[in-house]
Design a protein around this ligand. Structure first.
Ligand code: CO
Length: 211
């Protein structure tokens, strides 16, 4: 068997040992249930592991990841995760975390075809079209890419706010805050885009639901 593959199981055993050394009841506590305060919607990119970059322990973060951290309102996977997080786990925060250097966002800036993924990337192209005036005006390619990454996160925050799940939670008076972050691969730091939504007042009237 491939040594790398085998090493994964060995590392798991070492991790268990380390956790038990610090806290004999670590796993016993986790079997009792979860009450994470946070839902993380991030990119599938291997360099942006949700728990590790915010120093969170198991049980702390409910996680949904896909290519380019998209909130697509017909994505049953995302909707199910969101519904469970908001209505059952009653998370207080939802964080959409994108990252600079995102391959999905970069692909959306080109006309290249990558196969079936083109249809997923198309959602990011829509973000470009919404903001094409601002993005086309940026001549520096890196700056344009960075801005596109940020705008993509912001649009996903809006898309969360537009869902009936989030609007229902707000109508019921729930304390639910939606945030947009961007992680920098080059130094590990997170930039808060300060686009926090905590009620539907900031939402474009077209999307407000009478619930
Ligand atoms: Co990415």
């Amino acid at each position: 068997m491939d040594a790398y593959y085998k090493s994964l199981l060995d590392k798991n055993k070492a991790w268990v040992k380390e956790k038990l050394l610090k806290d004999r009841e670590f796993f016993d506590k986790l079997t009792e249930g979860q009450q994470p305060p946070l839902l993380w919607i991030g990119c599938a990119d291997s360099r942006v592991p949700a728990n590790q970059i915010i120093g969170a322990e198991p049980g702390e973060v409910f996680v949904h990841r896909n290519i380019a951290n998209l909130v697509v309102h017909t994505d049953m996977n995302m909707l199910s995760v969101l519904d469970y997080a908001v209505n059952v786990l009653e998370v207080k925060h939802v964080i959409v975390c994108g990252h600079y250097g995102c391959g999905g966002v970069q692909a959306a800036m080109t006309n290249n075809s990558y196969g079936i993924i083109d249809n997923w990337i198309r959602h990011i192209k829509d973000v470009y079209r919404f903001h094409s005036k601002e993005l086309d005006a940026i001549t520096d390619e890196t700056k344009k890419f960075d801005k596109f990454v940020e705008l993509n996160v912001i649009e996903q925050v809006y898309d969360l706010a537009k869902t009936s799940i989030v609007q229902n939670a707000w109508k019921k008076g729930g304390d639910l805050n939606i945030h947009g972050w961007v992680y920098a691969l080059k130094n590990g730091l997170i930039k808060d885009l300060n686009v926090t939504f905590n009620n539907d007042s900031q939402l474009n009237k077209t999307y407000q639901l009478d619930l």
